[in-house]
Design a protein. Structure first.
Lengths: 97, 215
């Protein structure tokens, strides 16, 4: 990490912050959420790769850094899949009983 | 021939300083992975509430203070850049420069907490604090659920930041007075912790402040 790299990364983060705030006020429907999350992910990657030095780290460290986010994706996917498919209707087996 | 003095900074279980450095870094990332899941559970809850309650939940997000939130995001991102500068200058062997950058980091951290506190006080005046003075008749139950999430998420984030400010202040003092062990990884590890707090906020910001701004 050099001072120049840090400065460029900071500038990129500021531009992305302005971009995401600006886009939030433009009506895009559901796309607003996905655009803001995509920009957030880009900002997080910049911090991870440059500030947290994953660019210069070994594969072991990179894998450890990715693991938390990987498990989080599983947690969010399974929780959301469960709750979005719940229904008030009774299952056939409960109707028979 | 006198024996070479043993390197006291190297743990007895390590063969080389590089191995020790990688091991402690790995340990820090393992801790940060648990933190990802800790804050991630809150974010998973947010997504489910947002899917269940839809428009009403998003409408509640519009009551947050977007200008203060955006300023705070800028403050925190800048503090992270200062932290990165502190680590870089420290590892290059400087003594005074990293202390200055760390002071900048801690000051921006304090500024963030003060702005957050001001925001909380505004929300208190608007009767938006669940369990304290939430006005159910005025704002509705779904808004209360949103603000429950809001205060849990930002409160836990602020708690992490306060711990971070304490660590950075301690670090600046120890580097400044020359008491720090130069061969150790303390500076880099505290840096990783600080950047992690930044990443949590990067995701909280669009979910809390930017939701429903064009509705």
């Amino acid at each position: 990490m050099t001072g120049g790299t840090i400065l460029r990364c900071w500038l990129a983060l500021m531009v992305l912050l302005a971009l995401t705030t600006g886009i939030a006020f433009i009506p895009l429907g559901e796309a607003n959420l996905f655009v803001s999350l995509a920009i957030a992910a880009t900002k997080a990657l910049l911090v991870l790769i440059v500030f947290m030095e994953l660019r210069a780290s070994s594969s072991l460290i990179r894998a450890a850094a990715a693991s938390g986010f990987f498990w989080l994706m599983i947690m969010i996917a399974l929780t959301t899949a469960d709750y979005t498919h719940r229904t008030d209707q009774r299952a056939p087996i409960d109707i028979v009983r | 021939m006198p024996e070479a003095a043993p390197d006291t900074s190297l743990g007895f279980q390590y063969a080389t300083a590089a191995q020790q450095r990688e091991t402690v870094t790995l340990g820090m990332w393992a801790f940060l992975a648990t933190e990802v899941l800790f804050f991630g559970a809150l974010i998973a809850a947010y997504f489910n509430y947002r899917i269940w309650f839809g428009a009403e939940f998003i409408a509640a997000a519009r009551m947050t203070k977007v200008v203060l939130g955006t300023i705070n995001t800028g403050v925190l991102l800048t503090s992270s850049a200062c932290m990165a500068m502190a680590v870089t200058t420290y590892e290059a062997g400087a003594r005074r420069t990293p202390v200055l950058w760390l002071t900048g980091t801690a000051t921006l951290g304090v500024a963030f907490v003060l702005i957050k506190g001001f925001e909380y006080s505004l929300e208190y005046q608007e009767h938006l604090v669940p369990a304290l003075n939430f006005d159910l008749a005025r704002h509705g139950g779904i808004a209360e659920i949103f603000f429950m999430f809001y205060f849990c998420a930002t409160g836990l984030h602020a708690l992490h930041l306060l711990i971070g400010i304490g660590l950075v202040a301690w670090l600046a003092t120890w580097i400044g007075t020359g008491r720090i062990d130069r061969s150790g990884s303390t500076v880099r590890l505290i840096g990783l912790y600080w950047h992690f707090i930044d990443i949590v906020w990067i995701f909280l910001f669009p979910l809390i402040y930017l939701a429903g701004r064009n509705g």
